[in-house]
Design a binder for this molecule. Structure first.
Ligand code: MEV
Length: 323
């Protein structure tokens, strides 16, 4: 009587921030996954065990879901269960445990992966058939319940996997590339707070008329990138990364640490590099030819970054075991 589902984390390739305002973005799913297990607990309560976020045992009465104090790490799980239970009129106690290949530090989008995997696990546990579209919609709503902001691109990557072209709130979700990308990823060591950065850009947009034009330029480059993925032209895709990075810098979301890792990556042979995600820290990415890969990895380490050994274009949400 136990169901386990898993979902991948993600890395944003092009279009962050602008995607919140309706521009498209391109995101890839990574081979680091979150696994969520649902099993009975014999009590009319929800028990959650998430040792990866430092939470060994959390209890909540079903009638209190979404109410009272919500520890930050539990909010996504709780809001998702609340939505699922309300939709299907369920009142049964369960135990949920989560486990992750990646630390929440790296900005691979663990909350999106958790809600995607949890929706899949619940749908199987309670025999409620849900297509990926329904899983995406419910998981995205739970993220909005908690964060209030966000384009849902990370939820789409966790549900559908692959490398996708995405327009919020899921009006376009289209795979643009099959398989692993020639990418090198570096972690700055600095944890970024996405909602804060989204609000900072919103403030800039309210006060500065030129921000609209920057979003327009980002839209153009994402659409060009989409075509280049089909042609597998990673040289030009690298140049578009540089262009995207310049535009993100004008929005004040890069950081000294990101700039440093981006600079050394380019100097040691990457086709192009940029921050990935909200900015302010987390990861940078580059497209790098196989012949230059070791040089770029070494340069990231020497510059004080952490090389992240990830493969991209990973499969989306799936069941790992059924009851
Ligand atoms: C954060 O990883 C990417 C942003 O575009 C926010 C979002 O799309 O939800 C800044």
């Amino acid at each position: 009587m136990k169901v386990t589902a898993s979902a991948p984390g993600k890395l944003m390739l092009y279009g962050e921030h602008a995607v919140v305002y309706g521009s498209p973005c391109i995101v890839t799913a990574v081979d680091q996954r979150v696994r969520v297990t649902v099993e009975p607990n014999g009590e009319g309560e929800i028990h959650v065990c998430s040792p990866n976020v430092g939470l060994d045992e959390y209890h909540k009465k079903i009638s209190r879901l979404g109410k009272d104090d919500l520890p930050k790490s539990m909010a996504f799980v709780e809001m998702l269960v609340k939505r699922f239970y309300e939709k299907y009129q369920i009142n049964e106690g369960i135990r949920i445990s989560t486990e992750s290949d990646f630390s929440t530090q790296f900005g691979f989008g663990s909350s999106a992966a958790v809600v995607a995997a949890l929706t899949k696990a619940l749908s199987s546990y309670f025999y409620k058939k849900m297509e990926n579209r329904e899983i995406f919609e419910m998981a995205y709503q739970a993220v909005l319940d908690v964060q209030g902001v966000g384009s849902g691109f990370d939820v789409a990557a966790s549900v559908y996997g692959g490398t996708i072209y995405y327009v919020t709130p899921g009006t376009v979700i289209e795979n643009v590339y099959e398989g692993n990308l020639p990418m090198v990823v570096g972690y700055t060591g600095v944890k970024a707070d996405t909602p804060t950065l989204i609000r900072q850009v919103a403030e800039l947009k309210r006060n500065e008329g030129w921000v609209e034009a920057v979003f327009g330029d980002i839209t153009d480059l994402v659409n060009r990138a989409k075509i280049l993925f089909v042609k597998q032209d990673f040289e030009q895709l690298g140049k578009l990364m540089n262009k995207n990075q310049k535009l993100l810098s004008t929005l004040n979301v890069s950081s000294v640490e990101l700039d440093k890792l981006i600079k050394v990556s380019k100097e040691s042979g990457a086709n192009g590099a940029k921050l990935s995600g909200a900015g302010g820290g987390d990861c940078m990415i580059s497209f790098t030819a196989e012949s230059k890969r070791e040089n770029v990895i070494e340069a990231i380490k020497v510059a004080g970054g952490v090389w992240m050994d990830v493969r991209t274009g990973a499969p989306g949400v799936r069941l790992e075991s059924e009851k």
